[in-house]
Design a protein around this ligand. Structure first.
Ligand SMILES: Nc1ncnc2c1ncn2[C@@H]1O[C@H](COP(=O)(O)OP(=O)(O)OP(=O)(O)O)[C@@H](O)[C@H]1O
Ligand SMILES: C[C@@](O)(CCO)CC(=O)[O-]
Ligand SMILES: [Mg+2]
Length: 328
């Protein structure tokens, strides 16, 4: 039995635009998803306590007749379990064991569908745990590649390498197309506000693609996000936190123009700014979920806690480990 874990992430800059080849800078944070893999004779059994459909915790195996005894269409269960199913497919392929059976248990502190990269963390941790359980040791580069394949398959060919590379490697990273690197970053005082909601990554990415296809100015907006990221990299290298904050604000405005913000994300962003936050923006696919702000003082956290629509606010630190084996 092997347990591995991998961190979630926030985007300092560049989500969505990264799907079209612009650069992005996500940062891994100290909230982790843990996956335990234990061999069994055949098949797959998943226990995912945090994954609930219509309020029911999901426990299922790969026998279609044995799907959860709840009033939820199988297609929804398939969609919810897609990342885990694909990760196990990657494990079987990497270990050259097409028939390997597993009991998989997932425990995660990363809210689902909220922009903190829960899907990438679950994929990376599952690949690490599953392959180790079969006696195969993959390099981090191989785990990142296979975790990317998982996201790309589940998101219908519309995924960047950003979330999976960041979760696998840890730290601050820079992604531009296939070029993925770790970069130096000062310790950034992240404050996260969570509205308790979620966005559908695939649908939000598809919405931006439609806008970009329809309007030249939407395509220009995507390119302008790329310009912000390039400028942001210089600010990071110079450890100029004030400018990083200004650029985050600008980045949020452009994401909002592309239609991926929401009323609660906007209120949390404004609450953080009004309280003196150095910069605030939504993180990840958007639609609902989390914003990330920078602030060293307690005011931003407190302001978020009192913002209508904010369910939870917390600080997060940069994670530098990436995926790791916890036991086994
Ligand atoms: N604890 C978990 N247990 C099982 N599956 C999980 C868990 N956390 C995430 N997942 C999988 O990841 C999916 C959510 O991924 P999605 O890409 O929509 O959001 P996210 O990764 O949290 O946010 P973003 O991609 O915007 O950063 C869930 O529907 C589920 O398939
Ligand atoms: C919206 C997006 O840019 C980030 C989701 O966390 C999608 C992706 O990069 O695959
Ligand atoms: Mg995701």
């Amino acid at each position: 039995m092997v347990t591995a874990s991998a961190p979630g992430k926030v985007y300092l800059f560049g989500e969505h635009a990264v799907v079209y080849g612009e650069p992005a800078v996500p940062c891994a944070i100290g909230l982790r998803a843990s996956v335990t893999a234990e061999k069994r004779d055949e098949g797959l059994r998943i226990e995912a306590e945090d994954l609930s459909l219509s309020g029911f915790t999901v426990e299922y195996d790969d026998d279609e007749t044995n799907r959860p005894d709840i009033d939820v269409p199988n297609s929804l269960v398939d969609a919810a379990m897609g990342y885990v199913d694909e990760a196990v497919a990657q494990v079987r392929e990497a270990a050259d064991s097409p028939d390997a059976g597993f009991d998989i248990t997932i425990e995660s502190k990363i809210p689902l569908g909220a922009g903190l990269g829960s899907s990438a963390a679950v994929a990376a941790a599952a690949i690490e745990a599953g392959t180790r359980e079969l006696g195969v040791e993959l390099s981090k580069a191989e785990i990142a590649e296979r975790a990317y394949q998982v996201e790309n398959t589940v998101q219908d060919g519309q995924a960047s390498r950003a979330d999976t590379f960041c979760s696998t490697m840890g730290g601050a990273v820079r992604i531009e197309g296939d070029d993925c690197q770790r970069i130096d970053s000062p310790d950034l005082p992240f404050v996260i506000g969570y509205d308790g909601g979620a966005g559908d990554t695939g649908a939000l990415v598809a919405g931006v693609r439609e806008l970009r296809d329809e309007y030249d100015f939407a395509a220009d907006t995507v390119e302008a996000i790329g310009d912000i990221v390039r400028r942001g990299e210089q600010a990071l290298a110079a450890e100029n936190i004030d400018e990083i904050g200004d650029l985050m604000n600008f980045n949020h405005g452009l994401l909002s123009a592309l239609g991926v913000s929401s009323r609660t994300l906007d209120s949390m962003v404004w609450a953080a700014r009004d309280a003196g936050g150095l910069g605030a923006k939504l993180t990840g696919a958007g639609g609902g979920g989390c914003i990330v702000a920078l602030d060293e003082t307690p005011e931003t956290l407190t302001a978020l806690e009192y913002t209508p629509g904010c369910e939870e606010a917390f600080r997060a630190e940069l994670d530098t480990d990436g995926v790791r084996v916890e036991s086994g």
